[in-house]
Write a protein that binds this ligand. Sequence first.
Ligand SMILES: Cc1ncc(COP(=O)(O)O)c(C=O)c1O
Length: 378
Amino acid sequence: MSAPPLKFAGPVLDEATIAGVGDVLRSGQIASGPWVRRFEDGLSAFCGGRPVRALTSATAAVEVALQLCDVGPGDEVITCAQSFYTVLNMIVKVGATPVFVDCDLVTRNIDLGAVEAAITPRTRAIVPTHWPGSLVDLDRLYALAKARGLRVIEDAALVLGSQWKGRNVGAVGDLVTFSFHPNKNLTTIEGGALVVNDQTEAARVETLRFHGITYLADRTRDVAFPGGKFNLPDVNARIGCAQLERLPAFLATRRALAERYTEQFATEPVCVLPPRPQPGDGQSWNMWNVLLPLDRLTRDRRQLRDALEARGIGTGVSYEALHLSTLGRRHGGREGQHPNTERIARETVTLPLHAAMTLTDVDRVCAEMSDVIAAARN
Ligand SMILES: Cc1ncc(COP(=O)(O)O)c(C=O)c1O
């Protein structure tokens, strides 16, 4: 009997969590309520006591964060061309202009030298995406932001549980967004969170995530600006609370899997690898992506991915180049502007890594990968 297919990402949900969701459903209190507050408290404790508000996705969190920074028409926002569509979409959605910069080829983090060069009098904020094996240099990022009077929205969708100098991402900095999509380090099915600086900002997030409604003394309501509808239901928050308890175990598994990939890829096959995991370096390894040696192969990425999937190995592409999307091109994106991003977009493949996997699963992926690449050698 052949081994079951391996997805490239996925959640781990236990029976106790499923039973807990049943309890919430039976309680009649299923929209935002006590479980959301409990989840937010848990996330806040994880983020060094900073205020955290839950939302329905990281995408909503980025939109609300941009609104919190009063970013709008006429403003420029600097972001990395190697990221998910969320950052581009939300910058455009609030009416601002996205300004792309390139990333480092190995860490895939935003090039802070290029950020500095891209700042103009219209720049309002920087939105860097942290990569799972190595964070953006927060000391350098915040020194730059402070010197130039800019807000920062850290897209930490992939790095809940990664640490910067021994502190969890979210515990330091300006605004920080997390995703709880099923492929992330912790899931609420769909969901996200925004870490803010103080209770005034937290109160504004509460308004922005719920129609823009404010409550008046006579117990009626008012809206002064159009808010979104981004409040997380209690059913989802119940899952999040259970997941938060298991997060340390999920992270330990992810770190062990990333180490195994690095050992296995040390000799074969020849790909550009993520940074080598160091013992105790505190990275959360949401994904493990390599660059394929396509110039030495007779098959293209699509064919290699199809071959892997025929052998039961799920793969992904993280990410396409934002500036070369149709929307990115409308904002000035052209081939050749960001060479590292473009190379990654052409050559990258995401291999399976999630907390339900074992070291033997990694060995299986690597053996299949070696076979598929050997069969495609010139
Ligand atoms: C880097 C990055 N940022 C933001 C997001 C958006 O997350 P969500 O699906 O929770 O909106 C994703 C989703 O995959 C992502 O990969």
